[in-house]
Design a protein around this ligand. Structure first.
Ligand SMILES: [Zn+2]
Length: 382
């Protein structure tokens, strides 16, 4: 799902249509079956404001928007099948885009008709997820599963060598002691092998975070054997009974831990940025300063809090973004009004090699809406 959505995001970012608007619509559907019955009314509610927009379009644009609106309304049944997920629909434009995406349940209800697809909810849904390795440890047999958005990318089961009691004959007390020593050595070798397998998976598919489960003493012994480079990726350990775990329970544990990890990480980023700002470091906090930094391609990491839209202007000639228009203050061309400058900002920052992160958790950033870590200082007079 992840890769498919990443590709869709890249594809949609390239789309632009001046003649006919592109209609983008997102709906977030709860898992309950009754949710299906709400879809029709929610679609009509989201699409209704476009009747006012029609008056601003020429004949062809009007016809194209009507066609796109009807097409989305006709998708009601298809959308309703996706309870427990988000849905993203992109229709229309001069190249007649027709994309239907099933998203993780992190999107929100919104519809936009504009020359470009509205991609903020899609980008927000994507950056909540990580490449996760979940380890279920047992001294005899361990399992590593790498997932992204719940989809298994790689899986490895590692069997330990058997403990050979028969090799240790002799006096009984000594025998037990040596067997135990031998067993501990075998376990250590097993943990090292698991660590080695994890390292290979990190190299092959990439890992953002590792969760380690098992009996308490097993987890502790494993972490002791794990090299530092991997140890720093372990965000959480948990206690499980290896013999009763199923694929389903492991997936559920992973999803819960990942959500908690994402919230912690978001709050940590917000804290860092606000503190760096107070110390006069390379950050911007607030809408104006963050847009200015983006205009100078200074943003290394953009943080976006919440889902509120901020209307603004984007210059089609030089790419300058501004809260007021219509004349571009950089090149003097006529800029285009955009429903949400945050959407333009996300594309601009990514285009300049920066990262973007949506802060879904309630935080100190909510009142500022935008913040960024910058590569260099952008003065207010630039
Ligand atoms: Zn311009």
């Amino acid at each position: 799902m992840m890769q498919e959505l990443q590709l869709a995001l890249q594809r949609l970012e390239q789309q632009a249509s001046t003649s006919a608007p592109i209609l983008s619509l997102y709906l977030n559907l709860q898992p309950a079956i009754e949710e299906r019955r709400t879809v029709g009314a929610r679609l009509r509610n989201l699409l209704e404001p476009f009747q006012d927009l029609e008056t601003k379009l020429d004949h062809d644009g009007r016809m194209a928007l009507r066609w796109a609106t009807q097409k989305v309304l006709d998708m009601e049944a298809e959308i309703a099948k996706n309870t427990g997920h988000g849905v993203g629909v992109f229709v229309g434009g001069s190249s007649e885009i027709d994309e239907f995406l099933t998203l993780p349940r992190k999107a929100w209800d919104v519809a936009v008709a504009a020359p470009r697809p509205y991609l903020r909810p899609l980008a927000a849904a994507l950056d909540q997820f990580h490449q996760v390795a979940t380890l279920i440890l047992d001294p005899r047999r361990s399992l590593i599963r790498v997932t992204n958005m719940g989809q298994c990318l790689d899986q490895s089961e590692i069997e330990s060598e058997p403990i050979r009691k028969s090799d240790y004959g002799g006096w009984k007390g000594l025998d037990e002691h040596r067997v135990r020593q031998h067993a501990e050595e075998v376990h250590r070798r097993h943990y090292r092998e698991v660590g080695e397998r994890l390292r290979k998976m990190k190299e092959n598919v990439g890992l953002d975070v590792v969760f380690v489960g098992g009996r308490e003493e097993t987890v502790a012994a494993f972490l002791h054997e794990l090299p530092n480079g991997l140890r720093s990726l372990v965000a959480e350990t948990f206690i499980v009974d290896v013999n009763t775990e199923t694929d389903g329970t492991i997936a559920k544990i992973t999803a819960e831990l990942e959500e908690a990890f994402e919230i912690r990480q978001e709050l940590e980023l917000v804290k860092q940025i606000i503190e760096t700002g107070q110390e006069g470091g390379l950050v911007t906090v607030g809408v104006d300063d963050t847009i200015r930094a983006a205009n100078f391609d200074a943003i290394e990491l953009l943080l976006v809090a919440g889902t509120s839209m901020i209307p603004g202007w984007a210059c089609g000639n030089c790419g300058w973004l501004a809260l007021s228009g219509p004349v571009c203050s950089a090149c003097g061309s006529e800029a285009t009004a955009v429903d949400d400058i945050v959407d333009s900002l996300l594309i601009k920052v990514r285009g300049a090699g920066g990262r973007t992160e949506h802060i879904a958790a309630a935080s100190d950033l909510d009142q500022h809406q935008l913040a960024a870590r910058t590569r260099f200082q952008v003065s207010a007079f630039q």
